[in-house]
Design a protein around this ligand. Sequence first.
Ligand code: ATP
Length: 236
Amino acid sequence: MASAIEIRDLTKSYGDVRALDGVDLDVPEGSFFGLLGPNGAGKTTFINILVGLVRKTGGEASVFGYDVEDDYREARDRIGLAPQEFNVDRFFPIREVLEHKAGYHGIPHDEAAERADEVLKRVGIYDKRDTRFDWLSGGMKRRFMLARALITDPDLLILDEPTAGVDVQLRHELWETIVDLNDSGTTILLTTHYIEEAERLCDEVAILDSGSVVEVASPEELMDRGTDDIVVQLRD
Ligand code: ATP
């Protein structure tokens, strides 16, 4: 199967800190792929390289065959990112924020408005469209981050701890939305600290530890292989 993400010998250093140390990884198109690892393992650095926020030190990284640095625009337009932190313009109605984002990606105004409504409905916060981000509840903010990632109708959706700090009911609702997206063909790369989340959702999981991939397996295989001790560390 073709790869949505192809990574060869990827390294990243911040001064003396080796955040990624020779990562090789293939994420198949259409898969639901988990990236697990303790704090500081390099997950966010890995994601930031994919979306062009951080420059790699060495190696190769491509998305749907496009080099993330040399073919930045082609690669970036295929990716939707829901980052961990709420890096959102807080003072505008959320519908407007989505329209701006769509405009930034070259989507014409009329279509942008339609798309904004569509993604707000998809994540269940259409009735809040005229509310500014600051005034949403924590759970709605998480839903909004997903809506924003979907505005360009991406082929690869990257979710960095999308259910961090949300209650059980909302976590299940978000899971349902994400699984529907995967069922309709979107490749998903998910980072999480919740082992249950990886077991429930992912076809395959890579464990990143101190900047290196130490395992790639299905969640069930990981359990059978006794990778439980690594996994237990992730529960922090
Ligand atoms: P977490 O689960 O806590 O978010 P992570 O797996 O996402 O962690 P990264 O944030 O990628 O890990 O960090 C990997 C390593 O790189 C850590 O040692 C971190 O301190 C370091 N690091 C990350 N960003 C920078 C930076 N801008 N400057 C210096 N060091 C950095």
